[in-house]
Design a protein around this ligand. Structure first.
Ligand code: ZN
Length: 241
């Protein structure tokens, strides 16, 4: 489903529950946070990106890297490619309405060969085609805001003693966090696999090695855009996929 449509629908549901039906659920603020998180991500965030971030970015022609007759490029909207000179940014992609964007750090363009840059572009292209970023953001919002709301309102909680209830909540919550990370990593491995299939295993490993070298030791760290597992894990997965 379209993320913006989804965000408007859940906003309307939240407003009706809170102000029209005046329901008395526990943890309504979790539901409000969930709604706002998705709304901001789908409407405000792309605007900020376009107006602040991209002013400093250099627009590239994606066809310099991928053939214009490539059947892989999304039919309706070909992603825009940007080079950015910013520390802590490697490569990522996002959709803003109908347009999608791929952002690559300038140093990657300097230091990687054409085939290696293609690997990075194909990796991001897979995220765009599969709508991985949206899925990731929704999944994260569900974990931090929607699951707590549901858990707090489970009728079964009243049957338990306080201690059992807390353990139950922690276990279920921990499981949902683990599931989120499991699937976000799976999306990364799938993007690597797709990029490998469109380049080669040798190029794939070479690119990951160079990326690791450029990033230094600081290759982990989690943001909503960067959910990549460590380079070593990605490389060992590439051998199997
Ligand atoms: Zn990725």
């Amino acid at each position: 489903m379209n993320l913006r449509l989804f965000s408007v629908i859940i906003l309307l549901i939240y407003i009706s529950l809170e102000y029209l039906f005046k329901v008395d659920f526990s943890g309504m603020h979790y539901l409000r946070n969930f709604t706002l998180f998705i709304f901001i991500f789908s409407f405000i965030h792309p605007l900020l990106f376009k107006n602040i971030y991209f002013k400093k970015a250099q627009k590239l022609n994606i066809y310099d890297y991928i053939q214009s007759d490539s059947s892989i490029l999304p039919e309706k909207s070909v992603p825009q490619l940007w080079a950015i000179n910013k520390r802590n940014v490697s490569s990522f992609s996002f959709n803003a309405g109908k347009t999608s964007h791929i952002i690559i750090n300038e140093k990657y363009l300097d230091k990687l060969s054409l085939s290696e840059i293609r690997f990075i572009i194909f990796h991001e292209l897979h995220h765009i085609i599969k709508k991985d970023i949206e899925t990731n953001v929704i999944s994260w919002a569900i974990v931090i805001a929607f699951i707590p709301f549901i858990l707090l309102n489970l009728p079964i909680l009243n049957e338990f003693s306080v201690v059992i209830a807390i353990i139950f909540l922690l276990v279920i919550y921990g499981l949902t966090v683990a599931l989120h990370f499991f699937f976000s990593r799976k999306r990364e491995y799938n993007a690597d696999k797709f990029a490998k299939e469109n380049t080669s295993l040798i190029i794939a490993k070479e690119t990951l090695d160079k990326v690791k070298e450029m990033e230094g030791v600081k290759e982990s760290g989690f943001t909503l855009y960067n959910t990549h597992p460590t380079i070593n894990k990605r490389k060992s997965r590439l051998n199997k996929s």
